[in-house]
Design a binder for this molecule. Sequence first.
Ligand SMILES: Nc1nc2c(ncn2[C@@H]2O[C@H](COP(=O)(O)OP(=O)(O)O)[C@@H](O)[C@H]2O)c(=O)[nH]1
Ligand SMILES: [Mg+2]
Length: 201
Amino acid sequence: MPFYPHVTFLTSAAEVHQFTPDTGREIAFAGRSNAGKSSAINAITERTALARVSRTPGRTQLINFFELGNERRLVDLPGYGFAKVPERVRARWLELMEHYFNVRESLVGLVLIVDSRRGLGTQDSAMLEWTLASGRHAHILLAKSDKLNRRDAQRVLSETRAACSDTAVTSQLFSAHARTGLDLARDVMRRWLEEKPLRPD
Ligand SMILES: Nc1nc2c(ncn2[C@@H]2O[C@H](COP(=O)(O)OP(=O)(O)O)[C@@H](O)[C@H]2O)c(=O)[nH]1
Ligand SMILES: [Mg+2]
């Protein structure tokens, strides 16, 4: 039984006016290109090709919206950090992200996908700061943890938690291929999507 049995693709947006209506709640997935974001989305939703697993990273500069049901959405943000992306594409990415974070009232939290072999990078930290500064939740998936032995996996988890110890950011090990950490990630998402607003609207 899939965790989100009714998940469907809604739309791809390159501009603010193409965003889906800003109602209900949504969780955004972000990360460096090739960090394992599409694989994580597919594993968490039990779909094989909901988010395309790309072999040419850094090409998609679109925000993809998926409906989970009951006005709850999962949002696939364009990846960053790909070295060969021209400067104007980078600037465009920044502009789109700024717009998204600034206007999107239904955005409750960010799931940040970090390759567990690389650990947190500068841009990852910037994404976290952005999220926290706007009063939203953040959770890190240390992805592809099947590539690490147990000791190294625990080390990167400890380091990540230490780096975030002054904040409310949580983190966990995750592997789409080995299918580990799926339930923990889903629990975090469920809490964010279901929790009561601070001020009832
Ligand atoms: N070993 C391993 N490889 C993974 C895992 N998740 C993704 N990958 C590989 O990493 C590459 C990038 O994955 P993708 O999901 O497209 O990353 P994205 O660019 O962040 O969306 C692909 O070759 C995937 O097969 C994982 O859990 N374990
Ligand atoms: Mg992808």
